[in-house]
Design a protein around this ligand. Sequence first.
Ligand code: NAD
Ligand code: WQD
Length: 338
Amino acid sequence: MAKILVTGGAGYIGSHTCIELLAADHEVIVLDNLCNSSEEALLRVQDIATKVMTFVQGDIRDSAALDRLFQTYAIDAVIHFAGLKAVGESQKFPQLYFDNNIAGSLSLFNAMEKAGVFKLVFSSSATVYDEANVSPLNETMPTGTPSNNYGYTKLMVEQILQKLQQADERWSIALLRYFNPVGAHKSSRIGEDPQGIPNNLMPYLTQVAVGRREKLSIFGNDYDTADGTGVRDYIHVVDLANAHLCALNNRLNQTGCRVWNIGTGKGSSVLELKNTFEQVNGIEIPFEFSPRREGDVATSFADNTRALSELGWKPQYSLKDMLADSWNWQKQNPTGFN
Ligand code: NAD
Ligand code: WQD
């Protein structure tokens, strides 16, 4: 059992990870400024886990608050989810993204170093890969110049962490490159709750299903894929949460900085996802084809063999599970946590 600081723990992936950490008997301290989440998620996590966590409402850019936190709790390791993630918004407000995601991360790493805490799991993204790579993407393939500022912040923080570790061997860092997280906890009590119009496919689709949006726009049907629509590697958020536990256990016993892809290794197209959603949930999804979205690639899916062999992690959930669980969460919480 260890004491784990979870930044961004009230968010979508963080809240699911807290449940798994509590189930594994870790002590959890969440630091979140609630800019894209609600405290209700944390209350529900404690209910589901029948265990308590400590919640500190605060910002990773607040160095004094971080110092206080590290002085108060003898933290063993940090899982760092806190960050902004809307691609379109990052194009409009680059400074906001650089400040929150890059400066915020630096402020956290400084506070960790001061406190002598060197174990870290960082939320990176498959978006850091060079678009010229052909899927399945593996960790030895080159990173590129991300087409948007959000992706750029992920690449920058990865590179900063690699350099920190090269300079000081005490650091032990896991860079987890997530593919496309979807789904929700089986209890349907926590799930993804985007503010405003969803940017991502799955929350948009479930909001159409629940009647909050009229129809799904499928961005492009002329890609070089089997049915012309974009292919992605969707991964159940509970499988992703478990990957954090495996990465944490790995890092607690080793040093270095290591990258792992966290995906299922299987690509699904937008049409396949919509059609399977209809079959699994018995709901028809009105849709139209619309032009390609700028910055999208045709196909992206993971080679996950490194995570399978080195982390002892294995995804358990199928696409059908992901679609059923996403829908159950949306159906039972039509307006999210509100
Ligand atoms: P989320 O928005 O649900 O969770 C992020 C949490 O961080 C929120 O609770 C938010 O309030 C908090 N936060 C943001 N800025 C903060 C700050 N400065 N100080 C303190 N708290 C702050 O997002 P998520 O989907 O759970 O993503 C978690 C992490 O994973 C993010 O870093 C994201 O970029 C990364 N990621 C997400 C995806 C995805 O598709 N969801 C894919 C790849 C990587
Ligand atoms: C999936 C597929 C779209 C919405 C993004 C970020 C990435 C990571 C995960 C966070 C694509 C299509 C979508 C819609 C559609 N983010 N689509 N209609 O673009 O793979 O990845 O989220 O940290 O960095 O770039 O995910 O869910 O937006 O799109 O047809 O209304 O669905 O074109 O093929 P994406 P997505």
